[in-house]
Ligand binder design. Structure first.
Ligand code: PSU
Ligand code: MN
Length: 332
């Protein structure tokens, strides 16, 4: 039996031809569900940042703060994660705290979903998994810190984040600070082009930001600058109306005053180089690489990378919320 609201939601999903999960697998929090049914703005958030990206207890504080910022700027946050084998869309504070404080949680990307659900596991969802889940619920806007990408030694390891393929197959606009500089930015952008993903920079220029800093050292550029929230909302509207199946990456440069400053005099690039070499020496591979390198950067910057990471994700949350609000007020 569906409630009136649920039937309305299912009808509206069907009208947009979005495939839903079997209902026993997922749970949409009532506030998110009614916002979706009434076409009010919703912004999805990921939880790999909670379970693997940031240390405790900053992780929980940061995710709660992201939600507050999204609310303050007019949208409803839908933080997505997996708890005991159920996909949750819109974790409650208690659930978020539970996921963020348990030690044995997994990092779930698209490939991991069937296994983790069959094992009734709990997991933080990566950008790829979060996009997939958000889309199945009719959410088109997703705020995060950084997306995965082509790793620097990918010609040897083959390590290319499935976030990129997800962007190529799922129509969600991801608002991030670019891709983390531990990755190979030019090759990441080439790969996104191959997958048909439009990549844009929010601001006055199309310089592609470097996560911890506003610009990248190799001069990479996105397809174009998107100067206002209204322009961004139009872009997302076109993505939806075209029904192409592919997504968008909107890169928001970190504010100048929040760029990373290391306390050792070393620049961030040399810290990254060292951490990557250390990872190779220690035989760290696959989905362990990103969390390992982030941890090393934290140690090497005397935790300054945490503050930078928080500031950039807060900015992304604000802009994502404003874009979602603008998009929903311009419903066709
Ligand atoms: N970038 C960050 N922090 C993170 C991640 C990326 O600054 O926590 C996470 C995101 O959830 C992203 C995932 O989707 O790492 C990519 O992992 P992999 O490279 O294993 O696909
Ligand atoms: Mn990887």
């Amino acid at each position: 039996m569906h409630t009136v609201r649920q039937s309305f939601l299912l009808r509206s999903l069907n009208s947009r031809q979005i495939r839903s999960f079997s209902s026993h697998l997922f749970e949409i929090n009532p506030e998110v569900k009614s916002a979706l049914a009434e076409h009010r703005p919703v912004v999805a958030c990921e939880t790999a940042i909670l379970t693997h990206g940031l240390p405790r207890p900053v992780n929980i504080e940061t995710c709660l703060q992201i939600e507050q910022i999204i609310r303050k700027h007019g949208s409803i946050p839908a933080t997505i994660g997996i708890l005991n084998g159920r996909i949750k869309i819109g974790l409650t504070q208690t659930e978020l705290e539970q996921l963020g404080s348990s030690k044995d949680v997994e990092k779930a990307s698209r490939r991991d979903l069937p296994y983790l659900i069959s094992r009734r596991a709990s997991a933080g969802t990566t950008v790829a998994a979060t996009m997939l889940i958000a889309h199945r619920c009719g959410i088109s806007i997703f705020a995060t810190g950084g997306v995965g990408g082509v790793h620097r030694d990918s010609q040897i390891t083959g390590d290319i984040s499935s976030d990129l393929d997800e962007l190529g197959r799922t129509p969600v606009c991801v608002i991030s600070s670019g891709v983390k500089s531990i990755l190979d930015i030019p090759r990441t952008l080439e790969y996104l082009e191959t997958k048909g993903v439009g990549v844009y920079t929010f601001g006055e220029t199309n310089e592609f930001p470097n996560f911890f800093t506003r610009t990248n050292e190799v001069g990479s550029r996105s397809c174009a600058a998107i100067r206002t929230v209204e322009e961004a909302a139009q872009l997302v509207r076109s993505m939806i109306d075209l029904k192409l199946d592919s997504g968008l990456l909107l890169a928001v440069p970190i504010d100048k005053e929040d760029e990373i400053v290391t306390n050792t005099g070393k620049n961030i690039e040399s810290i990254i180089e060292e951490s990557l070499q250390q990872a190779t020496k220690e035989g760290i591979i696959g989905n362990k690489v990103t969390p390992y390198v982030l941890g090393k950067i934290r140690q090497q910057t005397g935790n300054k990378s945490i503050k930078t990471n928080q500031n950039l994700v807060y900015k992304n949350a604000r802009i994502a919320s404003q874009i979602a609000a603008c998009l929903s007020s311009s419903q066709p």
